[in-house]
Structures are given as C-alpha cells and as structure tokens.
Design a protein around this ligand. Structure first.
Ligand code: PLP
Length: 415
C-alpha cells in the first residue's frame, strides 16, 4: 500500500495549533451542538455520527411539503427514484462508483444477506464462503446462516487480531471451490484498513466474487469500487455518513454482474414493473433488482444532506484529517495511557488504519461507564477494548485532547 505522510507537528503542536491549521475546522460548526454544552468529547462517531445542524429544519420541511402536501403523488414525482438517485450520488462522492450500480435500502445485515446469497448462487459448482473470525458478528452470523441453508462450507481466516486480513491470508484459503469472499474494508475492532485492490484481484484470480463490507470506511477512507474491480459492497450510513439511527444501508453491484445475479428476497420493488401487478416475479433488468419492498424515504433524508457536505469537503481532505486525528490519538495514548498499562490494539502505520483506534486495558468496561456520565463518549468493545472513533468532519483536536485526558483521569480513579 502507498505510504501516508504525517507531519511532525502532529506530535509536537498543541491541540489549539492543530485546530488552527485544520482546513476542515469550519465543518464542525455544521453539526448540531458540537461545542460541548451536552458533550465534552464525542469519540464514537464511528458507531453513530452526529446529526447535521440543518437536519431538523430540513426534515420538518420534508414532512411539510413532500409528505404533507404532495402526499402519495411524491412517489411518482421523486420517491420511486430515491434509492437509485441517492445511491448514484453516494457512489460518485464516497464510493468511486459510476451510476446505476448502487442502491440505498434495507439494513446492512439484510443487504449483506441478499448479496451474499446472490453471489453464492451465482457461482454454481462452487460451495465455499470465505470470511474472517474477527469480522463483525452480523457478518459472521449471516455467513453461518447461509452456509447452513445452502449446504455450503465456510473457510475461516484467522488473521492477527491487532491488525487484520492481509492478501496472503486470503491467498491461503481461496481456490476452485470458493464462491465468495466477505471481508471488512476497515476492521470494526482494530481499525485495520485492508488492501482492497490487491485482495480483490487475487479473489478474481481464483474465479470467485468479493463482497466488501464498507461500514467503517464509507465516509472516512477513500474507496474506488469501480477502479478496484470490486464485485459487491455493502455499508452502513449511520456511522461516518451521519444518516441517523437505523438509517438504511447501501449496496453496490458491479454493472457487468447485475444480470447474472438473483437475490433471494423477491419483492415487488425489485420486480421488472412494480406497478404491473403481474402474476409472476421477474426481476428488474438493472440494479433495482436488488431491492425488495417500499424504500425508507424518510430515513434517507439526513444521509442526503451528509453526502453533500462530504462533497463540499472532498474525500481526500477527509482522509487527510482522519490520518492526523488517529495519529494524534496514538501520540496521546502513548503519552497519557501507556504508563497506566494501556496497550494499543491498532496499526501504527497510518496506511493500514481507518478512522478509529482501539486501546486495551482490563478496567475499560467500568472506565467507559464513568466517562459516559461525564459526557466523554468513546465505546467499549468486549473483552477490554476502548474504541476511539474520530469522525473527521465533526471532531476537533481539542475535543480529542479533552477526551484522552478524561480517559487517563478515569483510569487513575479506578486503579
Ligand atoms: C456496524 C456494522 C454492521 C451493522 O449492521 P446493521 O444491519 O446496520 O445492524 C454490520 N457490519 C459491520 C462490519 C459493522 O461495522
């Protein structure tokens, strides 16, 4: 992977100096209440992004006009196209995907199920699914469920938990029986950033399909699905895409593959003519065939606004700030927490890191509870990981500093 330059000032400058020099600092004010009235340090934007300041008014406007005045006519006027129109815009701004390949629908878990099943069935004669043991529970459970349902075999990758799945780990398990490989682009625990282009290429060499889970990378790390030749991808929109609790997921299916894949949950919205009321199911010709039921239009609205905010900032600038934030978090962890027995459980090389880090200590469960009481909000991941998520557009260096000092203080209190 290409190396990522980090200026020395990230270790030597004060938080205030880093904020002054931050070209994206102005974006922080575009979020609701980032100034510390209710929250001292929000370090969990990778689980639930903050709402945008404009979201309440824009939601009210949506309810008043598109829903309240136009009523059912809005389905004809715009809502029917929303899953693909928003998918296209997300593809353009965040995913490196040309139009006609991305839909917004369902939850991540349901879309993962649909695309995994479609991929397995789309490789007849192959009966193995590859996934890693440290992947997010829903990803592993879905693979287990589908394997049981279809009589498929699981090939588990056991990668180094402090980092993640590398190309050689994948090369060791793929072969003529592999149908599909499911991996996370950024590991939810360690924050390890997988080499997606290299892994995609070697999965293809084995004749299999790849499905990337982008939950922790969409909106924080540049993604180039078309350029990397990715087959399938799924991701959340309520993490770095600030879509709000339970906002729908997105799914990408490479154009050349769409006609050859059939997903398992047949519903009228994925049918050739939803309002044809035909006696038989025939899937839509295009990416709409991966839809099932009525799209969650209301829940897509905040996501629409965030995608435009990211377009304004630019994904490359978002990544640059993300690297500085995680680098600074590691500097602070070394300085403030390591003397108290805390260990870093994330890569030190920024080229191998997404936008969060995890640190381990046996007392972190109780420390997290104490921190939440004080408005310092990281999250806890069993057995003893404290995850520090740094959402580049809404997090300042001062907020990170206050948060890390609070972690140190809380740890001192329980020791
Ligand atoms: C957050 C996350 C999910 C969440 O799936 P939902 O269906 O939205 O609950 C799935 N996979 C990964 C890797 C995640 O980080």
């Amino acid at each position: 992977m290409t190396s990522v330059p980090v200026p020395a000032s990230v270790a030597t400058a004060s938080a205030a100096q880093l904020d002054d020099a931050d070209p994206l600092a102005g974006f922080r004010g575009r979020f609701l209440d980032p100034a510390g009235e209710h929250v001292v340090a929000y370090l969990d934007g990778n689980s639930l992004g903050r709402p945008l300041a404009e979201t309440p008014a824009r939601l009210a406007e949506f309810i008043g006009t598109e829903w309240g005045e136009r009523l059912i006519r809005s389905w004809d006027e715009r809502w029917m196209d929303e899953p693909t129109a928003l998918g296209d815009r997300l593809g353009e701004v965040v995913l490196g995907a040309g139009p006609g390949q991305t839909v917004v629908a369902d939850s991540t878990s349901v879309l993962l199920y649909k695309l995994l099943r479609a991929a397995l069935d789309g490789r007849p004669g192959r009966d193995e699914i590859v996934v890693d043991r440290d992947n997010f529970p829903t990803d592993r459970f879905l693979v287990e469920g589908i394997a049981a349902e279809r009589g498929a075999r699981i090939r588990w990758i056991q990668a180094d938990p402090a980092t993640g799945v590398r190309p050689e780990d994948v090369a060791a398990v793929v072969g003529p029986r592999t149908a599909v490989v499911l991996l996370s682009h950024v590991a939810y625990r360690s924050g390890f950033l997988a080499d997606a282009p290299a892994i995609t290429a070697l999965v293809h060499d084995a004749g299999a399909l790849v499905l990337w889970d982008l939950c922790h990378s969409a909106g924080s790390v540049p993604v180039a699905l078309d350029a990397w030749g990715v087959d399938l991808a799924v991701g959340c929109t309520y993490k770095y895409l600030n879509g709000g609790p339970g906002a729908p997921a997105f799914g990408y299916v490479r154009a050349g593959l769409q006609q050859r894949l059939q997903q398992p949950i047949w519903g009228w919205m994925g049918a050739h003519q939803p309002f044809g009321m035909s006696p038989d199911y025939r899937p839509a010709e295009d990416v709409r065939r991966f839809l099932t039921g009525t799209p969650p239009i209301l829940a897509m609205q905040p996501l629409k606004h965030m995608v435009e905010l990211i377009a304004e900032a630019g994904m490359d600038a978002v990544r640059e700030k993300s690297v500085l934030l995680t680098e600074r978090a590691i500097v602070l962890a070394d300085e403030l927490l390591a003397p108290l027995g805390v260990e870093l459980a994330s890569p030190r090389d920024p080229a191998e890191r997404g936008s969060h880090i995890t640190v381990n200590h046996p007392r972190f469960r109780e420390v997290t509870a104490a921190l939440w009481e004080r408005g310092v909000i990281p999250d806890f991941r069993a057995p003893h990981g404290l995850r520090i998520g740094l959402s580049p557009l809404s997090t300042s260096f001062a907020e990170l500093q206050a948060g890390m000092e609070a972690v140190r203080d809380a740890l001192l209190e329980v020791q």
